[in-house]
Write a protein that binds this ligand. Structure first.
Ligand code: ZN
Length: 211
């Protein structure tokens, strides 16, 4: 998922001069913490071993942290799926609004995304001391979950009758998932996983390219 929307000045910019400069400065701060990984404000997503931080017409620091968190979240078994085109998720990452296709009844993609949100939050907290976790989660992460195909598989209590109550219950479910992961990891663990996974991915893809 690419974080196209932004509500925090810390995390967003239009492509105008000053705010682009602000985002680039924030990106430098991120790299000071995680190390010198290839990044690009002209790219979207993770492609050609480069972390993009463009999201449509904007560049955002949140997009960069999100792509890095996806890399950190990968398990050993997931690494072979990663290609020069991206992370290679088998479940379509984001469904087009209004288009619902038959999907297995799991919440697997959202569970993974909750772990990714937690990891980007831990990185953001470490790099930007003023970072507001709850605000970011509420305004930036939770509104995105409805675009996932397994949104409707989130278990609800039978007492949830109105649409508004169901939407709230699904957000609460996701918030709990994120908080569980927040207490499981630290920024240093996320950084170590990011660097280790990136190293393995780049070694494999470089040797494939040279074969
Ligand atoms: Zn995502």
């Amino acid at each position: 998922m690419h974080l196209a929307r932004h509500t925090l000045s810390l995390f967003g910019s239009k492509t105008s001069g000053d705010s682009r400069a602000l985002v680039d400065a924030q990106v430098s701060q991120v790299l000071t913490f995680v190390g010198d990984l290839p990044v690009s404000g002209d790219r979207q997503g993770f492609c050609d071993l480069t972390f993009g931080y463009r999201a449509g017409p904007s560049v955002t620091t949140g997009s960069l942290l999100h792509e890095m968190a996806h890399c950190a979240q990968l398990r050993e078994k997931d690494l072979s799926r990663v290609s020069l085109q991206g992370y290679g998720f088998s479940v379509k990452h984001v469904e087009v609004m209004g288009q619902h296709y038959p999907q297995p009844e799991t919440t697997q993609a959202l569970e993974r995304e909750a772990e990714v949100f937690a990891m980007e939050i831990l990185l953001a907290k470490r790099v930007f001391p003023d970072f507001d976790v709850e605000h970011y989660l509420e305004d930036f992460c939770l509104p995105l979950i409805r675009y996932f195909s397994d949104y409707y598989n989130i278990p609800l209590s039978p007492h949830c009758e109105t649409l508004a109550a169901k939407e709230q219950a699904r957000k609460d479910w996701m918030r709990n998932q994120v908080h569980t992961h927040l207490s499981k990891y630290t920024a240093d663990i996320v950084k170590a996983r990011l660097l280790s996974n990136y190293q393995k991915i780049s070694e494999r893809l470089t040797s494939v390219a040279n074969a």
